[in-house]
Design a protein around this ligand. Structure first.
Ligand SMILES: Nc1ncnc2c1ncn2[C@@H]1O[C@H](COP(=O)(O)OP(=O)(O)O)[C@@H](O)[C@H]1O
Ligand SMILES: [Mg+2]
Length: 312
């Protein structure tokens, strides 16, 4: 659906993107994650034909972004970082204007406007001028213009930035609804946003892809050690000794709930039967394992680890 091959972009001497290559399939929801200045917006502008790459290739829906840019634009809906809204227009007028820009035949404009008004929950405010709307509503108008021509691909640049928590939730739900029918790329510098909306994450740093993985794989396998929370019954010293005796185990946290009940956080390389192995070792020391559960790393931890590995 979307492919890039070694896309590189320079602004003067600034290398904004370097050898960006990936493939996104139909129906995928992909998050571009990276700090400010990473190159997310530049990459999106290249994919939407607003900016040519310095070198490299990219295609959307099988159309080359340089040779067939008109075709690409027809298939892509784009919500820029700051949507180009006209404050004096009503929502309806603006969407009509957007429909004309996208070359939608006059007799079909009405149908498309009604569809996006409904999809973006804007029907009630269609006669209001854009300047009177809240930021959350404005963002929904921005999304409405992006999908007015019912594109197969949707590219959203930081769609929830600057919104309050309630508006964020509304926009997220709206985007989730749209995703069912389309291939979506969205960018954010907020980690939790990716967890909420995307299935796959492409982490970009200083113009380079440092990770491209399914979220579920990233969370389970990118830390070479696994964390476990244990609740162990026994004398504190005995428990500590028993844990210290286990090879490759690092103690992260030890917290006593009572004289003989302790909650312990440990890290250990994930191997087959690791849980039974831990239980057996604790039992052998004369203590009792009350509870054992794996503690999933947060995306935050994974992200920080990847970034720091990159820097090393
Ligand atoms: N039009 C431009 N002219 C010069 N430099 C630019 C331009 N657009 C972006 N850059 C630079 O390219 C890099 C990537 O920026 P950008 O794509 O906006 O990152 P992000 O969206 O991830 O915050 C930054 O160093 C930025 O300063
Ligand atoms: Mg940006």
């Amino acid at each position: 659906m979307i492919t890039t091959g070694k896309v590189t972009k320079y602004f003067g001497n600034t290398e904004a993107l370097k050898n960006i290559s990936f493939e996104i399939n139909q129906g995928e929801i992909v998050g571009f994650l990276g700090p400010n200045g990473a190159g997310k917006t530049t990459l999106m502008r290249i994919l939407t034909c607003y900016l040519p790459p310095t070198s490299g290739k990219a295609s959307v829906c099988g159309y080359d972004i340089i040779k067939n840019s008109l075709r690409v634009r027809k298939n892509v809906g784009y919500l820029p970082e700051t949507p180009p809204l006209y404050p004096n227009m009503t929502v309806y007028e603006y969407l009509k204007f957007a429909a004309q820009l996208k070359d939608i035949p006059t007799q079909q404009i009405r149908i498309h406007i009604d569809r996006v008004l409904e999809e973006c929950h804007l029907t009630k405010v269609q006669r209001k001028t854009i300047q009177t709307l809240s930021k959350g509503y404005k963002q929904r108008v921005g999304i409405a213009q992006a999908i007015i021509h019912n594109p197969a691909v949707l590219i959203l640049d930081e769609p929830t930035s600057g919104l309050d928590p309630v508006q964020i939730l509304q926009v997220r739900n709206l985007i989730k609804g749209l995703e069912q029918k389309r291939t979506v790329i969205l960018s954010t510098h907020i980690l939790s946003e990716i967890e909420q909306m995307a299935q796959r994450v492409i982490i970009i740093k200083s113009g380079r892809i440092i990770t491209d993985r399914l979220l579920k794989d990233l969370l389970t396998s990118s830390l070479e050690k696994e964390k476990y929370i244990l609740r162990i019954q026994g004398q504190r010293q005995t428990v500590e000794k028993a844990l210290q005796a286990i090879e490759n185990l690092s103690l992260i946290n030890f917290c006593s709930e009572s004289l003989i009940l302790h909650q312990v956080e440990v890290e250990i390389p994930p191997t087959k039967g690791i849980k039974n192995f831990l239980i057996k070792n604790i039992l052998q020391s004369g203590c009792q394992m009350e509870e054992i559960r794996a503690s999933k790393p947060s995306l935050e931890e994974v992200f920080l680890k990847l970034i720091s590995e990159e820097e090393r």
